[in-house]
Design a protein around this ligand. Structure first.
Ligand code: F3S
Length: 391
């Protein structure tokens, strides 16, 4: 018995080292985390999504740590995007030295039983349902799972998500508990959003994340679809630390529950606060697919590119599984000279560092590109992104 947490007999044996040192250390990590956050027990999870996969972010020490582990994931576990496409890295202009190190990271995860779907949109590949407990770590995936699907996950660090994958459980605290999932502020959007696309919702999320911080917002006055919800949540998780949000009449928990919103802070957002984010700076390259594109988004890009040829690099990012199921659409996009890459993205790949200015249709990328890639970022609609890449 570990003080403060119920541990079942099987897990007591793991803690005693009967199933090897790696499983012992992984469970110790989860128990320690649970004790810090006041968890009373561990809860079984349906899947894990593990960040810390790009060599650009984990470096030599991260790789050495992974290589020292000896165990297998016991639930479906996928990787976050890595620093390059696994199969077309030469075409993306990745240096062989970086590729070798990145391949070593991937091999280390594969040895641990982590699937090599390197994506921030695992929900397009593996069924995730309302009420499922998960241990996901990439912030936009966490936001989508909690808010759009109604699954339950805290934002895990790479090591705790890997530990959860290996043990099959995570400490039950935070967003795993119903009582911690209620709105903490209201955001009233005061503008006609009926014609808004993904970029507008990304810009709203960019703005709202700064207002919300780490609270749980409840939006009124918007009717986003799934791709727009994905963009909204990703951006709020980037400029704030929002792991769950609700949208009145749209997201599952907002439809199911009657929240008392009378005593919580309400903030109004006006159109001008969103439109000022759409700058006109010149760009060297265009990158879309942050978070990774859905099949519908790939279809939209293909439609907009029909009959056009790119005059600037146009990168499109999506999960390999989504690309494999949409090869005709991907071929049609690439006919224009644009490139559709799997496994990586404009933020974690070192290739994007060569550009002084990148145009995106994502509020999250607008927030991250300057810090992670060193260049400027401009947000525009997908129509504008295609226009700028082909003019
Ligand atoms: Fe995904 Fe990369 Fe954006 S991990 S959310 S595409 S920064």
């Amino acid at each position: 018995m570990v003080t403060g947490m119920q541990i079942d007999p099987d897990d007591e044996r793991v803690l005693a080292g009967e199933q090897g040192e790696t499983r012992q250390k992984m469970l110790e990590l989860l128990v320690a985390l649970g004790k810090v956050f006041g968890a009373e027990r561990l809860v079984p999870i349906k899947s894990a999504q593990v960040s810390g996969a790009s060599y650009k972010t984990i470096g030599k020490y991260g790789l050495d740590w992974l290589a020292s582990l000896d165990a297998k994931a016991v639930v479906p576990a996928v990787l976050n995007p890595i620093g390059m496409p696994r199969t077309r890295w030469q075409e993306m202009g990745i240096e062989p030295d970086f590729a070798e190190k990145q391949q070593a990271v991937v091999a280390a995860y594969e040895r641990l039983g982590v699937r090599l779907d390197c994506t921030c949109t695992p929900y397009y590949l593996h069924e995730t349902r309302y009420g499922d407990h998960l241990a996901w770590s990439e912030s936009s995936a966490v936001s989508y799972a909690n808010s759009v699907i109604g699954a339950r996950t805290n934002r895990e660090g790479g090591p705790s998500a890997l530990a959860a994958a290996i043990i099959g459980k995570t400490p039950c605290y935070g967003l795993h508990l119903e009582k911690n999932r209620v709105p903490q502020m209201v955001i009233d959007v005061h503008t006609d959003t009926s014609r808004w696309g993904v970029a507008d919702y990304g810009a709203l999320g960019y703005h709202a994340g700064k207002l919300v911080g780490n609270r749980i917002p409840y939006f009124r006055g918007i009717r986003p679809g799934p791709d727009q919800l994905k963009a909204l949540g990703a951006a709020m998780a980037a400029t704030g630390a929002v792991a769950l949000y609700h949208v009145e009449g749209v997201t599952p928990e907002a439809q199911k529950n009657r929240y008392d919103l009378s005593d919580i802070e309400a903030i109004a957002v006006e159109r001008t606060e969103i439109s000022r984010l759409f700058s006109q700076i010149p760009v060297d390259a265009v990158a879309v697919g942050c978070p990774h594109c859905s099949p519908a988004e790939l279809g939209e890009i293909a439609r907009l590119l029909t009959g056009k040829v790119v005059t600037k690099p146009l990168y499109v990012f999506a999960a390999q599984g989504v690309i494999d199921r949409n090869t005709k659409i991907v071929d049609s996009i690439e006919k224009s000279g644009a490139r559709v890459f799997a496994d990586t993205c404009m933020v974690v790949s070192p290739v994007m560092e060569q550009y002084a200015s990148i145009m995106v249709n994502s509020g999250k990328a607008l927030a991250y590109v300057p810090n992670m890639c060193g260049g400027q970022a401009r947000i525009g609609t997908i129509e504008d992104c295609v226009r700028v890449a082909t003019e």
